[in-house]
Design a protein around this ligand. Structure first.
Ligand code: PSV
Ligand code: MN
Length: 424
């Protein structure tokens, strides 16, 4: 364990009296505080294994050292985040970046850190050493049946790894598409992809879900075969009840109304999960809530309203994950900030007076509707989120504790200056 329970309580002690003052004020002004705290305590956001290393662009990468060199160290890092905030109790693996040599051992190591395995992710967007066929012109969409078969078999192998680890979902993100007009027959690409997904779907255990992740562009710049929520919805509905759409916040064209997409998918029972990040221009993979925290709140508002309308459990009804990259920040600090932003937006959404909002909507009272939303958004919920952490035995100020304990320096000492995490 990188941070012991005792270190956490030593950190909390001097902060307690100020926290209690802030929280007392919040609890006196926020109705239903007990229920809100319980929901926050239950809510867990999965950390992707590939976000634990420094990210980069095609121009360069500047790593800070101490990055996890193997799966065990990735689990150790997520265990650290979870010890600090008690809200990161799951890890999502990407195959083949994270093939467990001994699944049993990996499973018990994760359990020691209080972690479970979130969705497993397949990778048919890169060629791997020794791979027979190239994915240069796509994978499931490919004109060549042998290449499609290779991609299908890879996904089935990913399911197998996931089963060994106790995961219960597969996320398929396809880079398939085309860079130039005329390169691809859209209809055939769709049909090939659908039939490949059908074979993968047939290999899913009964209690599993498959998430079809869409993305507008990149690496293909003319067309993407699962390019938007409509296309993903088509695949998911043709596949069956175990298939869902996955929304990655950075995968839309500029100014898309993501909150509306979320509301409709949820209503159609086809929203499966989330990849949280933030962006200014495209798939920037920036820290959650760093650019447009109001949008994040509006998304959570739709999630809470839609899930409550269907009596769904907020913590377990959908897959919650961060999918971000950190080029200029310490990855672990960045992830702590992302989780905090998610918890804040969720807490604010829980404060929305849904009945009053519905009443304002029915009366076409536009100004009041806006006031109701912004009343929740402008409430300082940080003491409420901190209280949930405290009750879960975690740190009042996770980022501060990470810095006080000089965890990165400790990791550099143990793992070396020049380590580079596997993955992107
Ligand atoms: C693609 O941009 C994506 O969002 C998918 O989720 C991938 O699996 C992930 O990023 C990792 O590269
Ligand atoms: Mn993603």
């Amino acid at each position: 364990m990188l941070i012991e329970k005792k270190t956490i309580s030593d950190h909390n002690d001097p902060l307690l009296s100020q926290h209690t003052r802030r929280f007392t004020y919040a609890s006196e002004t926020v109705p239903g505080i007990k229920g809100i705290i319980q929901k926050l305590k239950d809510f867990q956001v999965a950390i992707p294994s590939w976000a634990l290393g420094t990210g980069g662009t095609r121009f360069g990468r500047f790593n800070g050292g101490g990055e996890p060199r193997m799966l065990e160290e990735k689990i150790e890092d997520v265990g650290l985040l979870h010890a600090l905030n008690a809200s990161s109790g799951a890890i999502s693996l990407h195959i083949p970046w994270d093939i467990p040599a001994d699944a049993k051992k990996i499973r018990s190591l994760a359990a020691e850190h209080g972690l479970r395995f979130d969705a497993v992710n397949s990778n048919t967007f890169q060629d791997q050493p020794g791979q027979k066929y190239s994915y240069k012109f796509g994978s499931l969409q490919h004109v060549d049946k042998a290449i499609r078969k290779q991609a299908i078999e890879h996904n089935i192998e990913v399911i197998r790894h996931g089963m060994e680890l106790g995961s219960d979902s597969l996320t398929v993100w396809l880079a398939d598409g085309s860079c130039f007009p005329g390169q691809l027959n859209f209809r055939r690409a769709f049909e090939n992809t659908l039939s490949g997904l059908q074979e993968i779907y047939a290999a899913l255990p009964d209690n599993w879900k498959v998430f079809v992740e869409y993305k507008a562009y990149e690496p293909n710049f003319y067309s993407t075969t699962v390019g938007d929520w409509g296309q993903s919805y088509l695949y998911a509905s043709k596949l069956g009840s175990k298939a869902y759409t996955l929304v990655d916040l950075g995968h839309h064209l500029p100014n898309a109304n993501i909150q509306q997409i979320v509301a409709l998918l949820l209503n159609e029972k086809k929203l499966g999960g989330f990849h949280f990040n933030d962006s200014k221009y495209g798939d920037d993979d920036l820290t959650v809530g760093s650019i447009d925290p109001y949008q994040l709140f509006l998304i959570f508002n739709e999630l809470v309203e839609g899930m409550d309308a269907r009596n769904m459990n907020h913590a377990t009804g959908l897959g919650w994950m961060i999918d971000a990259s950190h080029n200029v920040k310490d990855p672990l600090e960045d992830l702590l900030q992302s989780v905090e932003a998610i918890m804040i937006a969720y807490a604010q959404a829980l404060l929305v007076d849904t009945k009053a909002l519905q009443d304002a909507q029915e009366k076409n009272d536009v100004a009041r509707a806006q006031e109701i939303l912004q009343q929740a958004y402008r409430t300082d919920v940080r003491p409420i989120v901190a209280e949930a952490r405290l009750q879960n035995g975690a740190a009042l100020a996770p980022l501060q504790l990470f810095r006080e304990e000089k965890v990165r320096a400790q990791l550099i000492k143990e793992r070396g200056e020049k380590t580079i995490a596997t993955g992107l």
